[in-house]
Design a protein around this ligand. Structure first.
Ligand code: ZN
Length: 429
């Protein structure tokens, strides 16, 4: 470590600050001690908003400057620098920006040090500046005693209910960052995009009766109204879904409820693959069955249910949903390739590579939405058609009207205030 004493002209801190947390603040404070000027390089400055880069360079500068007192802010220079694939070129760019900024402030031939956590392997890029002496700053720990990382904070911010995430950040970031994140949630969550409309056949593939009725069936009502053909493919009959009814009886009841639910939203083709409810695996056999249905129905759009590990980061998803969604995404490729499951090809069945999108209903990070108000009543009726199941289920998810209306209103907050249902769309987006 460079001894304190004569400070350098400038001390440089490099980071992405997505978001700016107490570990970053410690580096900046160390740099304010080590240099007359503290120069903060804000990396990835050119990127548009993504999960990894949710905050613009301007927003990150606001977080950094906001965390400092006025006197410190006068010695702060913040320089946004874009990513370059070529590290030596990027390092040259950083050096030039720093020197230019110091020259502008009348500092010629400056002595410069670099402040960072040099034991952290993710900080290897700091070694791209061999001519700048290093000043080591200790990392700041999180509540569990491991080094605080912005990635963990971002995951919590986007996956947990917002209030819960913000509460867990107290002590891990400056209060000014917390204030920023509290404001940001209301202003900057990007609007959902319009679902495509230029298709005429839809195949909806889900594990269980009722999986389509918690959101997607409102969209189905809108599509059938618009003259599109929608077919349902159920991997199981949901026969393990009700504790008090043994499977053969339960499967019969729930399949009948599913057919009635489909009819409410204009769907009269409902097929069942009869994989076993509760132990659906993403196997070649399942992919073959789904690919066969895709080849027969020839959809441009496929709908399925959330296949991620969790529901919104807080509740573990069921293996049936995980395996079904993944098998659907995999089977789209199978269906277009005549050499995969070739025994299906022949007669009326040809390979089908015309699937343009797979839309995931119930995704934690949806990308698209559609307005569903004219279809909402029929969607409520379609969920209520699962009468035996809802009676056994109980709780808020059994109240079809309030559950679906509440969900449509919440989605509408990111879709111009209209009642809406959302999807994460894979494919041509
Ligand atoms: Zn299910």
């Amino acid at each position: 470590m460079k001894p304190l004493g004569e400070p350098a002209e400038a001390a440089v801190v490099i980071g992405r600050f997505q978001p700016f947390h107490n570990g970053h603040l410690a580096l900046v404070n160390r740099a304010l001690l080590a240099g007359k000027w503290c120069v903060v390089i804000v990396g990835s400055s050119q990127e548009s908003r993504t999960d990894r880069n949710p905050f613009t360079a301007g927003e990150r500068i606001e977080m950094i400057a906001g965390a400092l007192g006025e006197a410190d802010r006068e010695r702060l220079i913040v320089l946004p620098v874009p990513d370059l694939n070529d590290e030596p070129r990027w390092a040259q760019l950083v050096q030039r920006e720093v020197l230019d900024a110091l020259t502008e402030r009348g500092v010629e031939r400056p002595s410069i040090v670099l402040v960072g956590h040099f034991k952290d392997p993710s900080s290897d890029y700091l070694r791209a500046f061999p001519e700048w002496p290093l000043v080591h700053a200790e990392p700041v720990d999180d509540a569990q005693g491991s080094a605080l990382h912005a990635t963990d904070l971002r995951e919590r911010y986007f996956d947990l209910p917002r209030a819960e995430a913000l509460a867990s950040f107290v002590g891990l970031m400056p209060s000014t960052t917390l204030d920023f994140l509290r404001r940001w949630q209301n202003t900057s969550v990007p609007d959902l995009l319009d679902m495509p409309t230029d298709f005429d056949r839809v195949l909806a593939v889900v594990a269980h009766p009722d999986d389509l009725e918690y959101g997607a069936s409102a969209a189905v009502a809108m599509w059938t109204d618009a003259g599109k053909t929608v077919s349902y493919l159920l991997i199981s009959r949901g026969e393990a879904g009700i504790d008090g009814i043994e499977p053969s009886e339960c499967g019969r009841l729930r399949a009948a409820e599913q057919v009635a639910a489909a009819a409410c939203v204009g769907v009269d083709t409902v097929e069942f693959l009869d994989h076993r409810d509760g132990t659906i695996e993403n196997t070649v056999a399942l992919r073959r069955d789904i690919a066969g249905a895709i080849r027969r129905h020839r959809p441009q759009l496929i709908v399925t249910l959330n296949h991620e590990d969790t529901w919104f980061g807080v509740r573990w998803n069921s293996p049936d949903h995980r395996n079904t969604g993944r098998a659907v995404l995999d089977a789209v490729g199978d269906a277009g390739n005549r050499w995969i499951h070739p025994e299906q090809i022949g007669g009326m069945v040809e390979p089908w590579d015309g699937v343009r999108w797979v839309a995931i209903s119930g995704a934690a990070n949806p990308t698209h939405a559609m307005a569903i108000e004219p279809g909402l009543e029929r969607a409520i009726a379609s969920l209520e058609a699962h009468a035996t199941y809802l009676e056994a289920l109980g709780g808020p998810m059994a109240d079809a009207r309030s559950f679906l209306t509440g969900m449509a209103q919440a989605t509408g907050e990111r879709f111009g205030g209209r009642l809406a249902t959302s999807f994460k769309l894979f494919g041509e987006v």
